[in-house]
Write a protein that binds this ligand. Sequence first.
Ligand code: PGA
Length: 250
Amino acid sequence: MRKKVIAGNWKLNNDLNESLSLVSELKSKLPDLGLNEVIVCPPYTSLESVNAVIKDSPIKLGAQNMHEADSGAYTGEISAQMLKSVGCEYVILGHSERRTIFNESDELINLKVKKALSKQLQVIFCVGETLEERESGVTNKVVEEQVKKGLNEIPESEIKNIIIAYEPVWAIGTGKTATPGQAQEVHQFIRSLVRNYYSEVTAQNIIIQYGGSVKPDNASELLSQPDIDGALVGGACLKSDSFIQIIKAV
Ligand code: PGA
């Protein structure tokens, strides 16, 4: 049985005080997780302080992005080692907002994935098609390309440190969720890609999260699909009650 992993992507929300109150509420209301995992991904400016709050709890810390270089003249950027040094265990890479608004290519995302893994950060690697792509019937082709290029030259031994998040772009922040059937179909396809690139065991073990308007009222149906192993939650993770309800849906 694969564990379920619920991650909250705070995006560009919450200053330091807001971050501290949200994470303190989460910590105090957190149900017993068993083998399952909960990750919070605050903005960079709150990482260290949030880490101090969750240190003695099962909640794990993740960042929302990083630069692919170790150091250098890259004004405004943050390295994998910097994230590690403030307590991050995870980093989200390849989010559709990074791909579209910040023009991140599959090749760049692949460099970031490799760098994160080399610094012992676990990666939440996001893929997903746009509405136009879904409507023209190329969802699998687009997702396959993203998975193939994003995982290029990543050895099988490292795949256990990668979570793939399937996030249809048309479902992110729109209130439109993929139906459990639509999501399951792509999740199953992604697992088959991992089987082709690596092995049956690796395909069976990899965690594949769904993301895109996950809410308390749709979480349990999505999470009960056989190939959906968790959720990457945006909007609904910004209030402790709705995030806790999603966690409880597991
Ligand atoms: P959403 O965002 O839950 O607000 O749709 C999900 C994400 O972008 O990770």
